[in-house]
Design a protein around this ligand. Structure first.
Ligand SMILES: [Zn+2]
Length: 65
C-alpha cells in the first residue's frame, strides 16, 4: 500500500493504476474521483483524489519528508 503524502490515507496502488490511463508518451492521466497518482523526483506518489494531488503538485517539497 502506498500512502497519500498530503492527507496520510492508505492508497491501494493496484486500484489507483487501474483507474489511471496513460498517454502514448507514458504520462499519467488522473481520475478525479478515485485514487490517482503523479510522478515526481523519480517515483510515483499516490493520492486519494484530485484535491490531494493538486496540493502536492503545487508544492511537492512541503509533502516529502
Ligand atoms: Zn488525500
Amino acid at each position: 500500500m502506498a500512502k497519500d503524502p498530503v492527507c496520510g490515507m492508505e492508497i491501494d496502488e493496484a486500484s489507483a493504476r487501474a483507474e489511471t490511463g496513460q498517454t502514448r508518451h507514458g504520462a499519467a492521466e488522473v481520475d478525479p474521483t478515485k485514487g490517482t497518482r503523479t510522478f515526481h523526483a523519480g517515483k510515483w506518489y499516490y493520492f486519494c483524489g484530485i484535491d490531494c494531488r493538486n496540493k502536492f503538485v503545487a508544492s511537492p517539497d512541503s509533502y516529502i519528508e
